[in-house]
Design a protein around this ligand. Structure first.
Ligand SMILES: NC(=O)c1ccc[n+]([C@@H]2O[C@H](COP(=O)([O-])OP(=O)(O)OC[C@H]3O[C@@H](n4cnc5c(N)ncnc54)[C@H](O)[C@@H]3O)[C@@H](O)[C@H]2O)c1
Length: 347
């Protein structure tokens, strides 16, 4: 099979591509515009396989998509703007990339009768109280502009299936952690800040609960849904790893042998969802996927990665790796908000 993987230079897409090249004979074409979050270092060495090609371009650009999709058998869309805090500061780019982009991709997939997989998120369901779970049938009720843009794309996928007969499936996963995650997100931000002896900025009371999963388990789930998922269905992806942000902080500090007084409580994010928890029975029973990485082992491996690869994240945090969009974003933040950037964490 030859796969078009969009957003393959980001955290989850790159993991999926590395896994695909290592575990299958598939060819992979990555289409990525290399925003601040895209990093070719995440894909280093894959050319040697002879089954990997990188195309720089936007999923919103029909010409770039035409070039990249040539000869492909399926399209997997990982490309997105993904940071909730950025979506509060600058929602426009989220609508452009996360809604218009999937439309362009689906039109191209539909013309060629290709399978389309939309990588979505549990954030489309909104917020849960202390009990219960999100099911695939739970109505979409997004809180942030990021979540609303992802929910919009999910609805558009449904419309392409119903109206045009597109062969499409959706995955909705909880919070990922693992190597190569951009250090604006909670776990890599806290690990790298702790390694640098800097503060860990914790939103609100720190009791927001997320459903954590190792990125390799998510990538394997996406492969499973690509191969076995029923057209028109969405599949929740969860390893049952519910933890609140305070517990995440405690684990990180404990493994690194750092004191709790590095933690600084900061004002809560507007519209901050309280709890996410997914029921993934469908994926497990109908498609036979099971998570393989236990949280403690996954977290130890993740911390080892950031400890052993300081160059990778120091370049990003120092701004040396920042591209135009990120500088623009930093400038807007500075213009609109006198708070120091880096307070925000995506959970
Ligand atoms: N990170 C999580 O915890 C999580 C959980 C559930 C679902 N998801 C979804 O998984 C997908 C990947 O998330 P991630 O954490 O790897 O994101 P990321 O921010 O690390 O990477 C996003 C990638 O998309 C690329 N990109 C952005 N705009 C583009 C455009 N217009 N054209 C082409 N490429 C573009 C970026 O350059 C980057 O390589 C997203 O769709 C996200 O909504 C993420």
């Amino acid at each position: 099979m030859k796969l078009l993987v969009t957003g393959g230079a980001g955290f989850i897409g790159a993991c999926f591509v590395r896994q695909t090249i290592a575990d299958t004979n598939d060819e992979v074409v990555v289409l990525d515009s290399l925003t601040y979050a895209g990093n070719l270092e995440n894909l280093a060495g894959l050319e040697e396989s002879g089954r990997f090609k990188f195309v720089r371009g936007s999923i919103c650009d029909p010409e770039a998509v035409e070039e990249a999709i040539e000869g492909c058998d399926a399209v997997l869309n990982f490309a997105a703007e993904t940071h909730v805090d950025r979506s509060i500061t600058d929602p426009g780019i989220f609508v452009e990339t996360n809604v218009q982009g999937p439309r362009v991709l689906m039109s191209a997939a539909q013309t060629r009768k290709l399978r389309y997989l939309q990588v979505s998120t549990d954030e489309v369901y909104g917020s849960l109280g202390p009990d219960g779970y999100f099911y695939e049938t739970t109505p979409l009720d997004p809180s942030s502009p990021y979540a609303a843009s992802k929910a919009s794309a999910d609805l558009l996928v449904g419309a392409y299936i119903t109206t045009f007969g597109l062969d499409a499936v959706i995955t909705r996963c909880g919070n990922n952690y693992g190597p190569y995650q951009f250090p604006e997100k909670l776990i890599p931000l806290f690990i790298t800040n702790a390694l640098e002896g800097r503060e860990l900025p914790l939103y609100g009371d720190g009791l927001n609960v997320r459903d954590w999963i190792h990125v390799e388990d998510h990538a394997r789930a996406i492969r499973t849904v690509l191969e076995k998922g029923e057209t028109g269905k969405a599949y929740n992806v969860s390893a049952g790893g519910e933890l609140n942000n305070r517990q995440i902080c405690e684990r990180i500090l404990e493994i690194l042998g750092k004191p709790w007084d590095l933690v600084r409580f900061v004002d809560d994010r507007p519209g901050h969802d309280r709890r996410y928890a997914l029921d993934a029975t469908l994926l497990r029973t109908e498609l036979g996927w099971e998570p393989q990485v236990r949280f403690d082992a996954g977290m130890q491996g993740t911390i080892d990665f950031y400890r052993d690869n300081t160059q990778w994240w120091e370049r990003i945090k120092s701004g040396e790796y920042m591209n135009y969009y990120d500088r623009m974003y930093a400038q807007r933040l500075a213009d609109s908000d006198p708070q120091p950037s880096g307070q925000g964490v995506h959970t």
